[in-house]
Write a protein that binds this ligand. Structure first.
Ligand code: IMP
Length: 185
């Protein structure tokens, strides 16, 4: 079986391939721009995106959307994470958090999969805290200001360790469970 991974990020295709290798599913990088609806709910962004992709005649694919939701900022940057990362960046988030004691936050990753005419949408979460400063050279995006275990940031731990606990890793686990439950793999 082959699934198209609809993304502009080739790194994601490789990640999905690693996770699905043992099930004999082949991932194919597929570039197709689609609109992201204005809503504060990742699953709604993914669901509407899937409708649009199917309306263009594409089937058997995976799409995803992720973001960082900070408790004290009432879920900001959330669905606007990519924009916030490009504009205010990690320094901007730390500035917004200055003097705030409640550092709780979570990464969420929503994956939508169209497979054999069926739709599966799952959301993986990773709880943690926003650090007081940027630490670490690894990872990407908000990794240097997010810690899951309370000590090292996501930018300081090996990729495999991150994948074991991350929002994306958890979403992939849920997706595979649901595929198995429906007898699709
Ligand atoms: P996307 O859904 O993959 O486009 O992610 C949206 C934005 O969320 C990205 O631009 C990143 O800034 C941020 N993000 C998503 N996943 C992660 C992660 O695992 N680490 C750090 N930042 C992330």
């Amino acid at each position: 079986m082959k699934l198209k991974v609809i993304t502009s990020n080739p790194g994601k295709v490789a990640e999905y391939q690693r996770s699905f290798d043992h099930l004999g599913i082949e991932m194919e990088h597929y570039k197709l721009p689609y609109d992201e609806v204005q809503t504060s709910d990742l699953a709604e962004v993914v669901d509407k995106g899937m409708d649009e992709i199917i309306s263009k005649g594409v089937r058997n694919f995976i799409v995803d959307d992720s973001g960082l939701f900070v408790d004290a900022l009432k879920g900001f940057p959330g669905v606007w994470s990519a924009y916030a990362q490009k504009t205010i960046g990690n320094k901007g988030i730390l500035k917004l958090m200055e003097g705030i004691e409640d550092r709780g936050a979570e990464f969420r990753c929503c994956i939508g999969c169209d497979i054999e005419g069926q739709r599966i949408i799952v959301t993986g979460i990773c709880r943690g805290t926003i650090t007081e400063s940027e630490t670490g050279d690894g990872g990407f995006g908000f990794d240097p200001i997010f810690t899951h275990g309370g000590v090292r940031t996501f930018a300081e731990i090996p990729v495999d360790e991150k994948n074991n606990v991350s929002h994306r890793g958890n979403a992939v686990k849920l997706l595979i469970e649901e595929m198995k439950r429906r007898g699709l793999v």
